[in-house]
Design a protein around this ligand. Structure first.
Ligand code: IVH
Length: 670
């Protein structure tokens, strides 16, 4: 039976509409409709495709959600080799490059260049055949890469289909560019990884690479990857005779093209743009390590050709290094709250971009092996993503032969239990829940500001309490007395008293904080609040099934299972009982939906707030409010963070009430 014309039309319109909203959301971070409205459109699309499978378009948004897992990646040959770039690090070196270009071209007048940021991600190639995205691969060794098509399909800034005109003109089109993760998204991703008890990524580049090289495309689909196009290969581009025109063309075909791409003439022009990029760099939401300068005209590029894997017509002008050399004094292993064992390099203290660095996480066994780092090695370190120090490489030439190799410990450095590395995971773990190191991390978490907020109970004291056998689980904090505390090192009368007072006060904390403090794997601040809202009492949460938990917006299957597992554990039950006996109040929590002042009210969030936007969004929704992407006359409140832009202006024009974070907290009675 053929599909009625009406349905076909609706389908086509729907696909376009969803694509439009996808672009606003994924590429420009500027949604116009609420999640609920989007879900409604998407559900309709799914149901049309279910009822009439033959209408399904190859570029339908439903085709991005992630296919079945692979066993291994296939290898793909690049038709045109993926080259690397020569590097320069100063104006003088760039002037040398410019001179070679002029000589190569026999040209006296100034050369027209393009300049664009050098993105710090991973290079991929996308093949479009008759306008459809068919194969995508990593750079690999430049000649052959890995086939990561299914994963690339999940990235919303990669068009699945190009315009009809382009399909006809260029039946084969190879687009190249860089897959990256924005800094802001990287922060959120790592927070999620931490909450789920998984290992953290060292920097956005590793996160992008790790996310793209997943055998299960569904995992990639959940990661905030974006693709910036930076060129085309292997076709006769006819009137597209410059790099700049190609980039404009790619933009018109729906690719994300860097907003800082510019034309510049000669050494003076390029240098001015470089200085400008240095200034702009801190405000960019992605990491760059320099500026790529390319000769703009293809005819000139062709005449210049290439030498040893790098084109003569392009160069990477790298930023002055935020890097420093130092020595590895030791490699130690730290045990986290969930038992993950992390190798850490202890360094001779050294200053990098204004901060003294003396430790650097080596993350896990694989990263440690990839670096081949040993005690006594001289290493190059840098501060990645502004703060986290990272070992970039070992300077092997400086080895003396006295360096000491270190392997992941077979036994937990804290409790001696045999460590395991579960299949498919990068992290080694200590599975002993009574492990002192884990225990002291759990206590630290329990007392944290966002949880039970016990002032004075930091990491050091937590370790001391465990070492001296004063606590066996976080609830034992409530059994501490002055007599027990005073013998501890550096503990005076006053400090002990203050601590006991803080502990006493913590007994009245509200349910969301208590749930967070329990340290359930995957349950961070936002989830804890949602659970408190939903169940109102710990007793009810305790009895919830996986199915019930999964019904709740914001609680996925993994967290649901982890909650059920947590409460099934007798040790955890005993800890809660102990807290009750000690007088922790566990008052029923009712910021309840019905009475909430913001129930039914519509919010828009803008600017940088103290926590990720997602947190505020969930919070507002849990109180019955709605959150949408853009300000209209129907908006009740605009929640305004720092550096707010056009939304704030709009709100003022429309007379929408604005709230800063403090005012918002007061409004909802936090
Ligand atoms: S053009 C032959 N443009 O830098 C020129 N590359 O060393 C090919 N990269 O791995 C590259 N941003 O992935 C070009 N705007 C940009 C780039 C860029 C980052 C990476 C590229 C490659 C490396 C070249």
């Amino acid at each position: 039976m053929s599909v009625p014309e009406k349905i076909r039309e609706e389908y086509k319109k729907l696909v376009e509409e969803i694509k439009y909203h996808d672009r606003l959301y994924y590429m420009y971070d500027r949604p116009e409709i609420s999640d609920a409205e989007y879900d409604r459109l998407f559900d309709r699309l799914l149901s049309l495709e279910r009822e009439h499978p033959e209408v399904t378009a190859p570029d339908s948004p439903t085709q991005r959600v992630g296919a079945e897992p692979l066993k291994a990646f296939k290898s793909v040959a690049h038709r045109v080799r993926m080259l690397s770039l020569q590097k320069v690090t100063s104006k003088e070196e760039f002037a040398d490059f410019d001179r070679r270009v002029k000589e190569g071209l026999g040209e006296r007048s100034e050369i027209e260049y393009t300049v664009e940021p050098k993105l710090d991600g991973l290079a991929v190639e996308l093949i479009y055949e008759k306008g459809l995205f068919t194969v995508g691969s990593t750079r690999g060794d430049g000649t052959r890469g890995e086939d990561v098509t299914l994963n690339l399909r999940t990235i919303h800034s990669i068009p699945l289909k190009l315009s009809g005109e382009t399909a006809r003109r260029y039946p084969l089109l190879e687009v190249r560019g860089e897959v990256i993760i924005r800094r802001s998204a990287f922060g959120r991703l790592n927070k999620k990884m931490e909450e789920q008890g998984e290992g953290l990524f060292a920097n956005p580049r590793n996160a992008a690479a790790g996310s793209l090289r997943q055998l299960d495309p569904k995992i990639t689909a959940g990661r905030p990857l974006i693709f910036y196009a930076y060129g085309i290969s292997a076709v006769d581009l006819e009137e597209l005779d410059t790099h700049f025109k190609v980039m404009k063309f790619l933009k018109s075909e729906g690719f994300l093209v860097n907003e800082h791409l510019k034309l510049a003439t000669g050494v003076a022009g390029v240098t001015a743009e470089f200085d400008n990029l240095v200034k702009v760099r801190p405000s960019l939401d992605y990491e760059i390590d320099g500026m790529v300068v390319k000769v703009n005209r293809f005819e000139e590029q062709v005449r210049l050709g290439e030498i040893s894997r790098a084109p003569r017509w392009a160069v990477a002008w790298k930023f002055a290094a935020e890097e420093a050399e130092t020595k590895v004094k030791d490699i130690v292993f730290s045990v986290g709250r969930t038992g993950i064992i992390t190798p850490v390099a202890k360094l001779e203290p050294v200053r990098v971009s204004g901060v003294t660095v003396s430790n650097a996480s080596l993350h896990n066994e694989d990263e440690m092996k990839a670096l081949d780092i040993r005690i006594g090695d001289t290493v190059l370190i840098r501060r990645a993503g502004d703060v986290i120090p990272e070992v970039l490489e070992v300077i092997k030439e400086k080895r003396t032969g006295d360096e000491i190799e270190v392997a992941m410990p077979e036994n937990c450095p804290s409790c001696g239990t045999m460590t395991v590395r579960p299949e498919g995971e990068a992290a080694h773990r200590c599975l002993n829940s009574a492990c002192p190191a884990q225990l002291s991390e759990r206590i630290f978490h329990f007392a944290a500001k966002e949880a039970m907020d016990i002032e004075g109970l930091g990491g050091k004291l937590a370790a001391q309490l465990v070492e001296n056998n004063l606590v066996k689980d976080p609830a034992d904090i409530y059994l501490l007395t002055k007599a027990r505390l005073l013998p501890l090192e550096l503990m005076g009368e006053k400090k002990a008293q203050n601590l006991l007072t803080a502990i006493e006060q913590s007994k009245k904390r509200e349910l969301p904080r208590i749930i967070l403090a329990l340290g359930i794997l995957g349950v961070g601040e936002a989830a804890a609040r949602i659970l408190a809202e939903q169940f109102g009492e710990l007793e009810l949460l305790l009895r919830a099934s996986v199915e019930e938990l999964m019904e709740i917006d914001g609680i996925g299957p993994k967290i649901a299972q982890s909650i059920v597992d947590y409460f099934a554990n007798p040790g955890n039950k005993e800890m809660i009982a102990k807290m009750k006996r000690a007088g922790v109040v566990f008052a029923p929590y009712r910021a309840a939906r019905k009475e909430s002042v913001i129930a039914g009210k519509s919010f828009v969030i803008t600017g940088t707030l103290s926590k990720p936007r997602e947190y505020f969004k969930k919070l507002i929704q849990s109180l019955g409010g709605k959150v949408s992407g853009s300000v209209s006359s129907k908006t009740d409140f605009l929640l305004v963070g720092e550096d707010a832009g056009s939304k704030l202006e709009n709100a003022r024009k429309l007379g929408v009430m604005t709230l800063n974070e403090d005012e918002f907290s007061r409004l909802i009675g936090l």
